[in-house]
Design a protein around this ligand. Structure first.
Ligand code: 4AD
Ligand code: MG
Length: 430
């Protein structure tokens, strides 16, 4: 019967055929151990000389890395492997022999692996990271569906900018100028007024000249937006959401976390509520930690975020940043107009900001003032102003960066390994 490695447990003690690739092999005079993968998982095939034809045994010993095949055998329990099963091979039918596969089991440099990303994705580690990414996406949809959010898809080609104009990707839109979306937020605000609670999941683009382990040029964002929800209420949804995806990964990605050597005790603790610290207190904390030259009004960089996160064993919300360093749409604090009702959620262990969010301005006069300050004119922005005019209500939303979240939960160092085909400052291929 034809099956997959992921279904092995259901076929214990049965003979099955699996379409697979060879990842590695070890053999002696009487036995060959084949490391096999089929995309759904990894399993060891054992070929015993006395149990198969001489031809099959010689074939098993000569198989090269990434050769594709149909392999037949009995699924048996194997308590020594973390997967729990192995395949007692009886027959092998090669589909295509792979010659000189470039990524060998030895160590390769990062640039070499990135150049071969189309092949590197097959490796056990990359497979584990992508499965965790998939689990975060799956549990994201589950969380928002269970909480009555409607999935809404904002456009990718836009005429407006939510997060400032310095990092926009420009493109021609027939005779007009367009940008690739850097955030779907403005459209999600329109959608929240139509559907109450909405979320989006899609690619966003930032022409950022940053070459750090946290920055991608193209990354995926989850952007919920909620009508009749204030900043405090939004923080509760954020911490519940992040706890939910962390616990889902812990529960459903045990093998993957093991492959990655992730310290899971650090993730078990990721349960709401999360601590909150004001921007003002964060400045004080940084000064205590020896950042002598940080001044009130400055934005935090990666070293600052890491230092703040070190004081907490869960993600921490930094709330109420200075208005001057945040986006035009954020609602001022009711008692202090110099700060806004916003929060960045900083992941533990140096992974940095994973969420940026805020309560939005819902007052027409104030929004008009912001339009003037920021020079927002023309048809690309007129429609957004109308949202403050026709039945405006308190509303809040946030954006979670998928790749930084994958990096944190997987425990991988750099976001380039958290997206199938990363777009980086110096990389558009493969
Ligand atoms: O903080 P940001 O810029 O917030 C927004 O875009 C809001 N409009 C979202 C909203 O309220 N709907 O970006 C949100 C998150 C960041 O916290 C970070 O996790 C991620 O997006 N992010 C990046 N991830 C990878 N590479 C980059 N260059 C990123 N820039 C932001
Ligand atoms: Mg931000």
């Amino acid at each position: 019967m034809k099956t997959t490695i992921s279904q092995a447990a259901k076929h214990k003690d049965q003979e099955v055929t699996i379409g697979a690739w060879l990842t590695n092999k070890r053999s002696s005079g009487k036995i060959a151990f084949l490391q096999l993968r089929d995309g759904t998982g990894f399993i060891q095939g054992v070929v015993v000389k006395n149990d198969v034809s001489e031809e099959t045994f010689q074939l098993a010993k000569s198989l090269t890395q990434e050769t594709s095949m149909y392999i037949t055998g009995k699924i048996v329990e194997d308590t020594r492997s973390s997967f729990g099963y192995e395949l007692q091979v009886s027959d092998i039918e090669v589909i295509q022999e792979a010659v000189d596969y470039p990524i060998t089991p030895k160590d390769h440099g990062t640039e070499f692996l990135m150049d071969h990303r189309h092949l590197w994705l097959r490796s056990k580690k990359q497979h584990a990271v992508m499965k965790i990414r998939n689990e975060i996406i799956r549990s994201t949809y589950q969380f928002f569906n269970e909480n009555d959010f409607v999935k809404i898809d904002p456009p990718i080609l836009t005429g407006s900018s939510a997060e400032g104009t310095t990092e926009l990707f420009h493109t021609k839109y027939f005779d007009e100028e367009a940008y690739l979306s850097q955030s779907g937020q403005l459209y999600m605000e329109a959608a929240a007024m139509a559907f109450g609670k909405v979320f989006s999941f899609g690619p966003t683009f930032r022409a950022e000249k940053s070459k750090t382990r946290r920055h991608l040029i193209e990354f995926w964002m989850i952007e919920p937006e909620m009508a009749f929800v204030d900043h405090e209420e939004s923080l509760v949804i954020q911490e519940n959401y992040v706890s939910y995806i962390a616990q889902s990964v812990l529960k459903n990605c045990k093998l993957e976390l093991e492959v990655l050597g992730r310290d899971t005790t650090k993730l078990e603790n990721i349960k709401a509520p999360f601590p909150r610290i004001t921007y003002d207190d964060a400045i004080e904390l940084l000064k205590e930690k020896g950042f002598d030259d940080i001044e009130w009004g400055e934005d935090f960089g990666a070293p600052h975020e890491t230092a703040i996160a070190e004081s907490f064993d869960k993600p921490v919300f930094i709330i109420n940043y200075p208005a001057a360093i945040k986006a035009f749409y954020m609602k001022p604090h009711p008692e202090r107009s110099d700060v806004v009702l916003c929060a960045d959620l900083i992941a533990p262990e140096g992974y940095g900001e994973i969420i940026g969010g805020s309560q939005r301005i819902d007052d027409l006069a104030l929004m008009q003032e912001r339009y003037e300050q920021h020079g927002l004119t023309g048809p690309a922005y007129e429609w957004y102003l109308e949202l403050s005019k026709y039945g405006s209500v308190p509303h809040s939303g946030f954006g979670l960066g998928l790749e930084r979240t994958v990096a944190w939960l997987s425990g991988v160092e750099h976001v380039r390994e958290t997206i199938p085909f990363p777009r980086l400052l110096n990389r558009l291929y493969p």
